[in-house]
Write a protein that binds this ligand. Structure first.
Ligand code: SF4
Length: 173
């Protein structure tokens, strides 16, 4: 995959949107089921250095509500779920990522869906964003957001009990 990503960059392909990239990938004989993964890898590569150089206080982290401990009782507000920690925090990946990111200076949101993410970004205008989501939501974000994004795909899709590689998230933070 890495070699293919480099090849796409070298030939100067347009990967501004998934749609734009699709025709290049078809030309290169890439299987349709690999298009989303490649698109996300290209975008992550493209924004990596810019993201690193921006101070955390200008960046936001978006966590999906489905990554919370399934017993979570956090209330849904206009800015996502309001987590102040609870008895389940030791087994809650949202809590672990949130506390680490906030200690570094990031603003963190626990969003119930992609449309809230887009609204929050439009309202607060961060310089860069780290998003953890399913592939469908990540592609939608890269297609619609005019900001540097780093994305980490969930290991499991679904609306509850999803999972993520913590090491990958902490590496980006
Ligand atoms: S730590 Fe926060 S997000 Fe996790 S279960 Fe408790 S209230 Fe919910």
């Amino acid at each position: 995959m890495k070699r293919l990503v480099q090849k796409i960059i070298n030939i100067g392909a347009d990967f501004s949107t998934r749609k734009a990239l699709k025709s290049t990938l078809r030309f290169l004989g890439v299987k349709p089921e690999n298009i989303d993964k490649l698109y996300v890898e290209l975008k992550n590569d493209f924004y990596r250095d810019v993201f690193r150089k921006i101070h955390p206080k200008y960046k936001m982290v978006f966590l999906p509500q489905c990554l919370r401990n399934s017993k979570c009782k956090a209330k849904l507000t206009k800015l996502g779920y309001a987590c102040n920690g609870c008895g389940n925090q030791n087994s809650c990946k949202v809590y672990k990522i949130k506390t680490k990111a906030e200690s570094l200076g990031y603003r963190v949101f626990i969003a119930p869906g992609g449309s809230m993410v887009i609204n929050i970004i439009k309202k607060f205008k961060p310089k860069a964003v780290l998003g953890i989501a399913c592939m469908k939501e990540i592609v939608m974000a890269f297609d619609n957001l005019d900001v540097s994004v780093q994305a980490v795909e969930l290991l499991r899709d679904g609306c509850v009990n999803t999972d993520v590689r913590m090491r990958e998230v902490f590496r980006i933070l």
